[in-house]
Design a binder for this molecule. Structure first.
Ligand code: NAD
Length: 249
């Protein structure tokens, strides 16, 4: 397929997991793709790689400009870089709240701010934010992470309203539990990772984890030419978790 021919995409957190799958899928469908990541050393050609921390406004601006130069502009911005946090409001101190909100929420603000001048002059401008079912599910032991993704959801709606008249669409995906290196790290920290993985699978309505490729396909739909009338929405990619009102433990 080459439905992204001529389109230029920037993917944050594109060196691993969902972002990596998204960058690869968009490139495979004809887009020119740049990845912005803390550690882009594993990103291969034909993708362009830029090292930046989304918590650093100067680094973000510099990397977005370099990516726009390399790509010849930016039509698609995938704000995917994010980190996790576990616990109740008693478990994370202020510094941890600032750290996670800085990456998950302000990271999107910084990257979008830097990319907007390029998106405004695109004939096909789309932003897709990676949110989470945590934004609305009321997950136990995820107070900080849920609050950060709740902010991503409302930010998506506000950005969609602010930029609709400029021809810029803004949507988000809400993944459930996705089989990425992030989840792998969490499982590996359990006393019996294999048993933990089996239990996690069993808790999914489908009996399996969501794949990064499945989330990438949803991101590509929202970023691509077939969703021109779609803005200000969230698309669940969660194996039925949200629609069936189930809870991952
Ligand atoms: P991952 O850890 O496999 O990949 C995240 C990537 O983001 C890494 O390459 C990392 O280097 C990069 N990154 C992290 N902090 C950064 C920073 N400050 N600046 C630049 N890059 C940074 O994780 P993943 O599972 O692919 O998660 C990607 C996104 O999907 C996150 O926003 C996460 O909240 C969301 N999500 C994941 C799941 C899941 O189950 N894996 C579920 C719902 C939502």
């Amino acid at each position: 397929m080459s439905d992204f021919d001529g389109l230029r995409a920037l993917v944050t957190g594109g060196a691993s997991g969902i972002g990596r799958a998204t960058a690869g899928l968009l490139a495979g469908r004809g887009a020119r793709v740049a990845v912005l990541d803390l550690d882009p050393s594993a990103v291969d050609e034909p993708l362009y790689a830029f090292r930046a921390d989304v918590t650093d406004d100067v680094l973000v601006r510099t990397a977005v400009e370099a990516a726009a130069d390399a790509l010849g502009g930016v039509d698609i911005l995938v704000n995917n870089a994010g980190i996790g946090a576990q616990g109740t409001v008693e478990d994370n101190d202020d510094a941890e709240w600032h750290r996670v909100l800085d990456v998950n929420v302000l990271g999107i603000v910084r990257t979008t701010r830097a990319a907007l001048p390029h998106l405004r002059v695109s004939d096909h401008a789309a932003v897709v934010n990676t949110c989470s079912i945590a934004a609305t599910a009321g997950l136990p032991q995820r107070a900080l992470y849920s609050a950060s993704k709740g902010a991503v959801l409302s930010l998506t709606l506000a950005m969609a309203a602010d930029h609709i008249r400029e021809g810029i669409r803004v949507n988000c995906v809400n993944p459930g539990t996705v089989d990425t290196p992030w989840v792998g790290r969490l499982l590996d920290s359990a006393p019996d990772p294999a048993a933990e993985r089996a239990a996690l699978r069993a808790r999914q309505p489908t009996g399996r984890l969501v794949t990064a490729a499945e989330v990438a396909a949803a991101i590509a739909y929202l970023a691509g030419p077939h969703s021109g009338a779609t803005t200000g929405t969230s698309l669940a990619v969660d194996g039925g978790m949200q629609g069936l009102r189930l809870r991952p433990a």
